[in-house]
Write a protein that binds this ligand. Structure first.
Ligand SMILES: *[C@@H]1O[C@H](CO)[C@@H](O)[C@H](O)[C@H]1NC(C)=O
Ligand SMILES: *[C@@H]1O[C@H](CO)[C@@H](O)[C@H](O)[C@H]1NC(C)=O
Length: 637
């Protein structure tokens, strides 16, 4: 079984390194066919270590084992009172880490260009997965596979490691934290099953419902409620198929569908807690879009206004009627390369503008999807065969799905980017940040960090949509994340291109610093007249579909008129691997607007149906002359 393989993948490669350390990878590695159905034995021994010849390597463990899971670790830094250990020193920066891309900002017209601050030097856990919850905290987690983090669980609260050779071996490192984005305080959370490359979303009550992962976690569903003392509740046997690198989507009826995952060419629905699925629904599209390095994981999924689902994987899309279990449309190929993991482009559903529709029975808004960057189809293969990394894709494509024979229209970004994050801002503009301009996803598979965020204005004509903003100083490549906060700033976290927490002898040390990016709209001289929602005026029972929703706000220094004002609502997404699942922004129609000096009573039309906005908690913003307020958390039902 010695020799190379077309199916070698970075994560697996690095996992093998983690497991073997001293032995030759070639001798050990027996890449599996991704088209083969897995037996139970393979699920619990996915690398075939226990069952196949290992070419004579003596130190191959019986089973995959998490490195460094002893209870007492000699020489480990002592945790502080929060449980955090010190960030190890990184030594001199590598050459690769200094080869960054920073774009010049255009200061000609004296516009603000954004600002960066550090929220925390140590979040304890590197934020491979990130979500903002309605109790005002971020949830960040990585995976048990990366071993020790920088935060301890309390010794009476350790996790038993099901992969360890010795029974009852405990893992006392936190793999998830609740993070206070206002002061950097962290609280460790205890996850039992491996969340490596998992998915998530919010239910109608604002609980985080989180699915899949690796090994003992690949069929798991986990629940976390929004409170200061809550912790995970896990149901390890929920799914029929393993969901490693799957995408989770909220449905109009409040359920979740989960699509794909490695070698899972199917979808299924998150069962009620404690129940499990006997079978999944086959989705041949996921098999058809799998190439020799996959390039179709973490598919982009968007709920459309008619209740159907747009699914994009690799270089193609479909529209699925999940109720009829039918593919109802095929979307033309997007040429130029691959867009899904490990080619990892950025994608979002552009804001849904409800201002054209009437309160009851108005026309649906036109759904438009954007996909930017990614990597050439062969990028991963070229990367694994040597030091050369291919330049990432630079194009940015849009398609209006309301149009039956829609085509992609494409323009170039100012810089190529792979593994970026794409967030919709309260104003309806997009923010593109993080990522690299060479290589693709996978441990150690990218270089050339792109430090400049881009602001993208979808309403502008081609050629004047992109605007470079002030650059960060922190490289965030693989496993980095970003999230819009209720105060309209952006939390930027994570970044780990190594197989474990590693701070020295690597090009890019594991990133545990957390930043806040303040978009140009909130810089002091721009935001003097920032609108402010009277939180007590916001109806306590939230919004109802198709009803009017009244509230009041003020502006501090000057009057605005109705034409200056926009009311938007944002579904907080679950973000990982450069994709923010179920991210959507709706621009609401204003039904009435009454000014009293610098105070305003405004009534908006709530979305008419859950296909536009599935039940749950949204961030409602008032935007006045382009400056967003702080948001109110509002439940729609
Ligand atoms: C492991 O822990 C369980 C529960 O505490 C105990 O019943 C069992 O005997 C332990 N096994 C070993 C080998 O220590
Ligand atoms: C970090 O990565 C380097 C390069 O692969 C390796 O030599 C070193 O042993 C790693 N350190 C830790 C603590 O894993």
């Amino acid at each position: 079984m010695a020799g190379s393989s077309s199916l070698l993948r970075a994560a697996v490669f690095a996992m093998a390194l983690l497991l073997l350390r001293a032995s030759s990878v070639d001798a050990f590695f027996d890449p599996f066919s991704i088209f083969r159905a897995r037996t139970e034995g393979e699920i619990f021994d996915p690398f075939g270590v226990g069952s196949t010849s290992n070419g004579g390597a003596d130190d191959v463990p019986e089973k995959p084992e998490v490195a460094q899971t002893e209870v007492e670790e000699k020489g480990a830094a002592r945790p502080n009172t929060m449980g955090l250990t010190r960030v190890p020193h990184s030594g001199a920066p590598s050459k690769a880490s200094t080869e960054t891309t920073v774009l010049r900002v255009n200061t000609r017209d004296d516009k603000a260009d954004g600002a960066w601050t550090i929220v925390s030097d140590n979040s304890g856990v590197s934020a491979m997965h990130l979500a903002i919850m309605r109790h005002g905290r971020a949830i960040m987690f990585d995976t048990v596979t990366t071993g020790r983090s920088l935060m301890r669980l309390r010794f009476d609260n350790c996790r038993v490691d099901p992969r360890a050779k010795k029974p009852n071996t405990t893992d006392c490192w936190a793999h998830a934290v609740e993070f206070d984005y206002n002061n950097g305080a962290v609280r460790p959370l205890k996850i039992l099953t491996d969340t490596w490359c998992s998915a998530g979303g919010f239910d109608a009550e604002g609980n985080l419902v989180q699915s899949g992962g690796y090994f003992e976690g690949d069929k798991a569903v986990r629940y976390l409620s929004p409170c200061d003392t809550c912790d995970w509740v896990e149901h390890p046997r929920s799914f029929a198929d393993g969901r490693w690198y799957a995408t989770q989507q909220v449905l109009p009826d409040g359920r979740f569908a989960v699509f794909g995952g490695r070698r899972s060419f199917s979808y299924e629905f998150v069962p009620k807690p404690g129940l499990f699925n006997h079978q999944s629904v086959p989705l041949p599209f996921l098999r058809d879009t799998t190439d020799d390095v996959e390039n179709n994981l973490y598919p982009f999924v968007n709920l459309l206004p008619d209740g159907s689902l747009f699914i994009f994987a690799n270089d193609r899309g479909i529209i699925l009627d999940h109720k009829a279990e039918l593919v109802i449309r095929e979307i033309p190929q997007l040429p130029g390369g691959a867009r899904s993991y490990p080619a990892s482009a950025m994608s979002a559903l552009l804001p849904l503008d409800l201002r054209g529709g009437k309160l009851h029975g108005g026309a649906d808004p036109e759904p438009e999807v954007i996909i930017c960057g990614g990597a050439p189809t062969t990028s991963f293969k070229v990367g694994e065969n040597g030091d050369k990394l291919m330049v990432a894709l630079r194009d940015c494509a849009r398609i209006n799905l309301a149009n039956q024979d829609a085509r992609w229209t494409t323009e170039d970004m100012p810089v190529a980017r792979v593994m970026g994050d794409m967030l919709i801002l309260p104003t309806g503009d997009l923010l593109l940040l993080n990522g690299a301009n060479r290589g693709c996803a996978g441990w150690g598979f990218a270089k050339g960090p792109v430090l400049s965020p881009l602001l993208y204005s979808p309403g502008q004509p081609q050629g004047s949509r992109f605007r470079p903003l002030v650059a960060s100083t922190i490289a965030r490549l693989y496993h980095s994340t970003a999230a819009l906060l209720p105060d309209a700033t952006v939390l930027v976290a994570g970044g780990n291109t190594n197989a474990g927490y590693n701070f020295s002898g690597v090009d890019f040390p594991t990133e545990v610093r957390v930043e806040r990016f303040t978009p140009p709209y909130l810089e002091r001289h721009v935001a003097v007249n920032r609108p402010e929602i009277y939180m007590r005026s916001v109806p306590k029972d939230g919004m109802r579909y198709g009803s009017r929703f009244p509230f009041r706000f003020r502006t501090p220094v000057a009057a605005v008129v109705e034409a200056d004002v926009m009311v938007t609502m944002y579904a907080p997404p679950f973000t990982t691997h450069g994709y923010s699942m179920h991210q959507r922004l709706l621009i609401l129609a204003i039904a009435s607007f009454v000014a009293d000096g610098w105070s305003y009573a405004v009534t908006v039309d709530a979305p008419g149906k859950p296909e536009l906005a599935p039940p749950g908690y949204y961030l409602v913003f008032v935007v006045a002359k382009g400056v967003p307020s702080e948001a109110a958390w509002v439940k729609i039902q």
